[in-house]
Design a protein around this ligand. Structure first.
Ligand code: NAP
Length: 242
């Protein structure tokens, strides 16, 4: 069985990625922070389609929780390893820099960037030993351009792109690829407070994207067809690049 871990797999883009990877034949490990009901719904959807999925809650921003949960998973799956990792868990806490609180900075960097580090470092060893792995990081248009009120979020997402490029070079000889998917405006809980009517005029496609449209890009990076692509950022943004 091939295993894929999706952080933040309970809702939104992560939920769609879990469904897509299950359809690709992976047994999906659904991580989430708090929302066990949504995570169970994701698992039930996969199981109802004949797929395989399990829940693994932990806070990606807490390295002790990350290590504990993954130690437990490994002890229960002796001889198995996770060959696809999707670092998707993310939050926003927007504020103008002048009003930005320490907690807003720390929480966003902690989840979006430190979370990537804690989870990836823990999973990477087995990928390198097995000489097989796919790491897909969900960054953002905000990490490529700037967005007012998002210095914390943009820093975390730009950091993810830099880390992706360096790690891709480190691990390419071991047949592990590392890529980013950079969504623009996607319809999820994260963008619920954003007025679509106000923003969609800026988007060449004239609409917000759907979570499955991001999941399709993740599925491609995870596939055998993408074996020679690494260190890349694929935008899924309806043509909105600025
Ligand atoms: P969402 O609907 O708010 O879902 C966030 C997911 O992340 C949930 O599953 C949540 O788990 C999980 N999560 C949050 N903090 C966590 C933590 N500390 N540990 C583990 N899991 C945690 O967000 P989304 O819109 O799908 O966003 C997914 C990713 O895409 C994020 O990295 C986001 O920055 C990125 N992105 C989104 C958009 C967009 O327009 N939506 C655009 C660009 C990039 P619970 O359910 O347990 O809370």
């Amino acid at each position: 069985m091939k295993f894929a871990l999706v952080t933040g797999g309970s809702r939104g883009i992560g939920h769609a990625v879990c469904i897509a990877l299950a359809r690709d034949g992976y047994a999906v490990i659904i991580n989430y922070a708090k929302n066990s009901q949504a995570a169970e719904e994701t698992r039930n959807m996969i199981v109802s389609e004949g797929g395989n999925a399990m829940l693994l809650p932990f806070n990606v921003a807490c390295k002790e929780e990350v290590d504990k949960a993954l130690d437990l998973w490994e002890s229960e799956h002796s001889g198995e390893y996770i060959s696809v990792l999707v670092n998707n868990a993310g939050i926003r806490e927007d504020n103008l820099m002048i009003f930005m609180q320490d907690e807003q900075w720390d929480k966003v960097l902690g989840t979006n960037l430190f979370g990537f580090f804690y989870v990836t470092r823990r999973i990477l060893k087995n990928m390198l030993t097995k000489r097989n792995g796919r790491i897909i990081n969900i960054t953002s248009l905000s990490g490529l351009t700037g967005m007012p009120g998002q210095t914390n979020y943009s820093a975390s997402k730009a950091g993810l792109i830099g880390a992706t490029r360096s790690l891709a070079i480190e691990v390419a000889p071991r047949k592990v690829t590392v890529n980013c998917v950079a969504p623009g405006f996607i319809e999820t809980d994260m963008t619920r407070d954003i007025n679509q009517e106000e923003h969609k005029g800026r988007i060449p496609a004239g609409r917000f994207g759907k979570p499955w449209e991001v999941a399709a890009a993740v599925s491609f990076f995870a596939s055998d067809s993408a074996s020679y692509i690494t260190g890349q950022v694929l935008s899924v943004n309806g043509g909105l690049h600025t």
